[in-house]
Design a protein around this ligand. Structure first.
Ligand SMILES: [Zn+2]
Length: 697
């Protein structure tokens, strides 16, 4: 459920690349506007051979732009330095916007190889800009005069962020330290790509192939059908294939009566990239942690987490650790109670078995049925993907007056992708929104929002949501689980943040906010997904069209606190693991798996639960959430408190929605997040609503 950002920082280097040697008849589509509706990427024209020359030309263009800034004879001003810098690198943004989306959503061997090849080149280019002394000098000059420049709040914020970014990137270091920083950044860029590729390889490599029908006992029909189709596609007709993707593994763990097979698929999942083979990530992660610590030290911080948090809402590692430790007391205790309840259920079966990690989903599903008379599978017919998506769109329409209409005359990179034209209440174009919802071999796991194009001034954004939801099978459409419904609303919340933004500068628009604020717009949308009034808008039986009955809506809402001890503990354990790795002041001889165990023992994590992500496949902390995984819980305080305002005034109250839109969604990172929040809510967020929502009081 993360949000990935592609940040391009570019530079004036003297690197020269020659690619003009080969004669090409096709013009490279990245080198000019796309000449499509709203300048949408021309996926129909883009070919693999276009990327590298476009990257190199983009680097050349940005180098020239930076050179023009630093060689300007005029005194440095906000306009000729800060704005010129913010606008530079147009080609790189265009090609990167497509390339880094596709390496995640629709990759192949050629694209992967190219991303490995380009990583050090782009990292070097980025360093060439942030370590450019002449550029930094001009930025520093403008920064030192900021109080007398009569800047708007947005301009002042942009200036502060850019200045700080340069300092944090090493602009103020001496030559020797800068040289070392370059080496570190280059090495990190490659290690991080290797890490992600290993996780993808490991996820795709595993299949649980079932040949005996008996082993399917307990599984719902839709899952069996989907597994049969996967087997057929893999040339194993008559068998059933289950994979490590959430949409296959999680329902298998939830419903499969065969305990040995549950254990097998569970262990395959949690041992990814930890088998000592070519996909092993232990040494890579240890190296990453070591290099990050060295980088933090070079930049004057005692730990990598303090380096990261210095620019976040939380400000310091100590503040985050206090927050996590406080929650841990409540959640671990609840998880312990839940484990005891599950054990009781197992004891009743009289097999003498002890609750293990691979049993949790299975017995909690049984307990849910016993306690709330609700089988999660009963909900699925009401959660047809198209209906859920329309529901999310309808919520946005009621709150903000926007409409989303499908357009067919925009090129797509895969037939599963749909594109929507987003308009405000007066019919003015706000942006394009792409959705790509089904799993494929070339797509990494999880769900995310991303930009193809940032908003600034009159230039409107292009945003996407990518996920791997339950696929349609035969004549049954895609029917989502409750968790998938919440994920769809969540990612759509990020999309709204990207689409409704009204800023003047790329550097602060849309989701360019601090990591611990960015989950507020997404997580608040999850609250609407299960409100009875909203369920009645979209939860309609896919066969009969019947609206979800009140009894089912009540049952669904009653069980919202169910299993929250487990969910919170799993998330907290991963957040703590992330922080502890990056709190290290000495990372020599780090054995990441052993370290994970020691940390979890120290906190007393119960053996029936593993961290939501274990060290060797913790993609978040490699891909931009290092010392940032706590953000989900941190922002949960914000979204719970913010949704209270809607609860107090009515969940579709116009005034509250307007206040949220104008103070949060439109503002991007153009002001300090706490200032924005307080302007919306009138006060700092309180912890209580979050504790209440998670049943942790
Ligand atoms: Zn998110």
């Amino acid at each position: 459920m993360d949000l990935k950002k592609i940040v391009f920082i570019l530079s004036i280097c003297s690197m020269t690349y020659s690619y003009a040697g080969n004669v090409k008849t096709d013009p490279n589509p990245f080198l000019s506007d796309f000449k499509t509706l709203y300048n949408a990427p021309s996926f129909d024209k883009i070919k693999i051979e276009h990327y590298e020359p476009a990257f190199l030309e983009g680097i050349r263009q940005q180098n020239a732009q930076i050179k023009a800034i630093v060689s300007n004879k005029a005194k440095p001003t906000f306009q000729n330095t800060i704005v010129a810098y913010d606008n530079s690198g147009e080609i790189l943004r265009r090609v990167g916007g497509v390339f880094f989306n596709l390496t995640e959503a629709e990759t192949n061997d050629a694209l992967t190889a190219l991303s490995i090849k380009m990583a050090p080149v782009l990292s070097e280019h980025s360093d060439n800009i942030s370590l450019n002394k002449a550029l930094f000098k001009r930025i520093k000059t403008v920064y030192s005069q900021r109080k007398s420049l009569k800047l708007t709040r947005e301009q002042e914020r942009l200036l502060e962020l850019i200045y700080k970014d340069f300092v944090r990137s090493g602009a103020a270091l001496d030559d020797k330290k800068q040289a070392r920083l370059r080496e570190i950044n280059k090495e990190l860029a490659t290690l991080e790509i290797d890490f992600g590729n290993h996780v993808l390889n490991e996820t795709n490599a595993y299949q649980l192939v079932i040949s005996d029908k008996k082993d399917l006992a307990g599984l719902p029909d839709w899952l069996v059908k989907s597994a049969a189709e996967d087997a057929k596609a893999a040339g194993k007709e008559g068998k059933w294939i289950f994979t490590l993707h959430n949409a296959s593994r999680l329902p298998f763990l939830q419903y499969a009566d065969n305990r040995a097979l549950r254990e097998q698929i569970y262990n395959a999942y949690i041992n990814r990239a930890n088998k000592g083979d070519k996909n092993d990530n232990k040494a890579i992660l240890a190296k990453v942690i070591t290099l990050r610590l060295e980088k933090a030290n070079l930049l004057g911080f005692d730990t990598y987490s303090n380096f990261v948090l210095d620019k976040n809402m939380a400000k310091s590692s100590a503040k985050v650790m206090d927050f996590l430790n406080n929650l841990w007391k409540y959640s671990n205790e609840n998880a312990r109670k839940e484990a005891a309840e599950l054990q009781k259920l197992m004891d009743k079966e009289g097999k003498g078995e002890k609750l293990a990690r691979w049993d949790w989903w299975y017995y909690s599903e049984k307990l849910r049925q016993e306690k709330y008379n609700l089988n999660e599978d009963e909900l699925k017919p009401y959660f047809k993907l198209d209906n859920v998506r329309e529901g999310a769109f309808a919520v946005a329409n009621k709150l903000y007056g926007i409409t989303l209409t499908e357009v067919k005359n925009v090129p797509v990179y895969h037939p599963d992708v749909k594109v929507f034209d987003v308009k405000d209440s007066k019919g003015k174009h706000l942006g394009l929104f792409y959705v790509d919802y089904f799993p494929r071999a070339g797509k990494r796991g999880g769900a995310w929002m991303n930009n193809y194009k940032d908003q600034h001034g009159e230039s409107r954004p292009i945003i996407c949501n990518v996920a791997s939801f339950t696929k349609p099978t035969g004549d049954v459409p895609s029917l989502l689980t409750l968790d998938e419904v919440q994920t769809l609303f969540h990612e759509f919340g990020h999309a709204l943040h990207g689409l409704l933004t009204k800023c003047n500068y790329v550097g602060v628009s849309g989701t360019n906010v601090t990591r611990d604020f960015v989950e507020l717009p997404s997580q608040i949308m999850e609250h609407w997904a299960t409100e009875p009034e909203v369920l009645k808008m979209y939860a309609k039986n896919y066969k009969t069209g019947e609206v979800m009955p009140d009894t089912l809506i009540q049952k669904l809402n009653k069980q919202m606190l169910f299993n929250q001890g487990f969910m919170t503990t799993e998330l907290l354990a991963a957040a703590i693991l992330d922080m502890e790795f990056h709190n290290l002041k000495d990372a020599k001889n780090l054995d990441v798996v052993d370290f994970e165990k020691k940390v979890m023992d120290k906190y007393g994590l119960i053996p029936e639960i593993a961290p939501r992500y274990r060290a060797t496949y913790f993609n978040h902390i490699i891909g931009g959430y290092a010392s940032g995984y706590y953000s989900y819980l941190w922002a949960n305080v914000l979204d719970s408190d913010a949704f209270e305002a809607f609860k107090e005034n009515g969940i579709f109250d116009k005034k509250t929605a307007d206040a949220f839109r104008t103070n949060v969604l439109e503002k991007g990172g153009s002001e300090d997040p706490m200032v924005l929040y307080k302007r919306f809510r009138g006060a700092e967020p309180k912890l209580e609503p979050m504790l209440k929502n998670r049943g942790l009081q």
